[in-house]
Design a protein around this ligand. Structure first.
Ligand code: ATP
Ligand code: MG
Length: 584
């Protein structure tokens, strides 16, 4: 990935700025608590020095008691403030996670269908889970803590010199060793975590595909290769994480050694200078301070990684948030008249999903209000594509699609999609009851409207026979609807929407003749008084239309009624004879 070469840009922090701005008081309180916690922790070595050099040396038990009391108080306050600051910062991180995830999901909904053609579900899923989590971690464990650690290290350093500069200098000798160990450690965990992240994204993709393709995997005895494929990713994750764990395992003991080396150096200097320039209390204080000094530095080395992976995650989120939204409301939408209308016009439409691979070419036709038109053609002819252009799932490359005399790109998007219902080739069911799947969770659609729609399209019968009727969860374990039932449910969905235009992309799957008869009857009710484009695979569907359009490789090659087209020596007759149209 390009992530390796490019240095993440600190300017990306502007992405989190609005979320942080919303929590200014919380940040102020957390930072204050952090500083106060540091202050009280830092006072402990000084109290120790006072106890040894003044109270004990001076033989003052009452004074020692007072100092001990202060020590206890400082310890308690330091603990309280540090705990408070941790709490505030964690809470801040969770608030950010919540808000950022919602914003990313909102963005995902605004993206055009084309984005999902070129991006795997696993990748989008990783944005919504790992990437937002990395940013949270950065805010709660990185930003404030890093700033706090830097401040603490600087304070401790100054305090060490304030206690005794000779002893402090002795400590400084071990600093290069610390820096070397840290540099090696950072390099190891950086490459390790980068591998972990890449493996994680691949695991997500493999999982999404395994779940989505579960039946294909079973049916085609693809299980062993699928497991082997997954195992490869899983093992890479394991290996990558081991690299990280190894680095930690070596680094922490090294830091312990460096810390104790400093302590030894302090003792050595004390040995040579004792009496003249070093007091025992100062040695005690220095011991405490040295322990305090390396901890934040070690944390910084650790947090540096969080910081980097958060920047990389931010970069990915930034790229996602910056994706263009070509399919949006026009700046000045044209409002259609009040009349329901129902006219569709394609004018010299060309369209391709991928540059250089045209799917629709110079396609022109129109459907008058109330007219029913069938579109037929071989598989891959571009029929479903045509259906995608009317509700603007995709926009045309050239030419125009208009509804009721207005180019679809000039319609308010919601208004356009309200006027139109599409029954797609493959019906998607959501987790929820049968009723929810018909009303698509729209609270304003009451139970009565749902039942009415189901009755109108003959879905009522089978829904009522479900164990819990309209409240049956249609995706529950063991509860799955047949293709025909899904089709009827989708009809009810369209019926509830009361559209003036209907596009039906007929499922190619064959269904039994009883269901077929049911669907035919339902279709009559659904089409009543509406303009419709029926992408037809069945002769029974074709029979009820006014006109048939024959599509071949994205071009309109024939147009007319079933009888007229059959008489012509053209593609329609070929399709008919090859039984590409299911002749039920
Ligand atoms: N999302 C997509 N990205 C890229 N190419 C696509 C996409 N969807 C369809 N295509 C291509 O566009 C062409 C037309 O596809 P379309 O789905 O419109 O065919 P169709 O006529 O509906 O076929 P069928 O009868 O099998 O449903 C095909 O060559 C297909 O490979
Ligand atoms: Mg299709």
């Amino acid at each position: 990935m390009d992530e390796k070469k490019r240095k993440p840009d600190l300017g990306l922090l502007r992405l989190v700025a609005p979320y942080l701005r919303a929590h200014k008081p919380l940040i102020a309180v957390s930072v204050f608590a952090l500083l106060a916690g540091h202050f009280f922790s830092l006072s402990l070595p000084f109290l120790t020095r006072h106890a040894v050099d003044v109270d004990i040396k001076g033989g003052d038990p009452a004074g020692l008691g007072r100092t001990a009391f202060l020590f206890g108080g400082a310890l308690l306050l330091g603990f309280a403030f540090t705990a408070g600051s941790n709490l505030g910062v964690s809470y801040l991180g969770q608030r950010l996670l919540y808000a950022l995830r919602l914003d990313v999901l909102r963005k995902v909904f605004r993206l055009p269908s084309g984005y999902f053609d070129r991006t795997s579900t696993g990748t989008v899923l990783t944005h919504l889970t790992n990437d937002v989590e990395a940013v949270r971690q950065f805010v709660s464990e990185g930003l404030v803590t890093v700033a706090g650690d830097l401040i603490l290290a600087a304070f401790v350093f100054a305090a060490m010199f304030a206690v005794n500069w000779r002893l402090a200098l002795a400590t400084a000798v071990s600093v290069p060793l610390f820096l070397l160990a840290t540099a090696l450690f950072r390099k190891a965990i950086r490459t390790g975590f980068r591998r972990v992240r890449a493996a994680n994204s691949e695991i997500n993709t493999a999982l999404v595909e395994s779940l989505g393709g579960h039946s294909v995997i079973s049916l085609f005895r693809h299980r062993t290769p699928a497991i082997r494929h997954f195992d490869g990713r899983n093992r890479e994750y394991l290996d990558a994480y081991r690299q990280v764990v190894d680095a930690y395992a070596a680094y922490f003991p090294v830091i312990e050694v460096v810390t104790h080396l400093s302590l030894a150096l302090v003792l050595a200097v004390a040995h040579f200078r004792m009496g003249a320039a070093v007091k025992p209390g100062e040695v005690f204080a220095l011991f405490a301070l040295i322990n305090m000094f390396f901890r934040p530095l070690r944390d910084l080395a650790e947090n540096f990684n969080t910081f980097q992976s958060a920047l990389a995650a931010l970069e990915r989120i930034d790229r996602l948030m910056g994706e263009p939204e070509p399919i949006a409301d026009p700046p000045r939408p044209r409002l259609p008249g009040r009349a329901p209308g129902g006219e569709i016009r394609f004018e010299r439409v060309s369209f391709s999903y991928l540059p250089g691979k045209p799917v629709l070419r110079d396609l022109s036709f129109s459907v008058r209000p109330g007219e029913k038109v069938a579109v037929v053609g071989a598989t891959g002819a571009g029929k479903s594509t045509l259906a995608h252009l009317v509700p603007r799932l995709y926009d045309v490359d050239a030419g125009s699609v208009s509804v009721d005399g207005i180019d679809v790109r000039e319609w308010p998007l919601a208004g356009l999609r309200e006027r139109l219902a599409v029954v797609p080739q493959n019906v998607f069911l959501f987790t929820g009851s049968a009723a929810d799947n018909i009303r698509l969770f729209a609270p304003e659609v009451g139970r009565q409207a749902v039942v009415e729609a189901a009755r109108a399209v003959n879905a009522h019968g089978f829904i009522e026979r479900l164990p819990k009727g309209y409240d049956e969860n249609v995706l529950e374990e063991g509860m799955s609807l047949s293709t025909g039932q899904k089709q009827l449910l989708a009809f009810a969905r369209a019926f509830v929407a009361k559209p003036s235009l209907l596009i039906l992309d007929e499922a190619t799957a064959s269904i039994d003749s009883e269901t077929e008869a049911l669907i035919e009857k339902s279709l009559d009710r659904l089409l009543e008084g509406r303009t419709a484009i029926l992408i037809a695979h069945r002769l029974s569907t074709i029979r009820r239309v006014d006109r048939i359009l024959v599509l071949h490789q994205g071009r309109l090659v024939q147009e007319g009624s079933h009888e007229v087209l059959l008489k012509q020596d053209g593609l329609y007759r070929q399709l008919y004879e090859m039984q590409a149209l299911a002749l039920a």
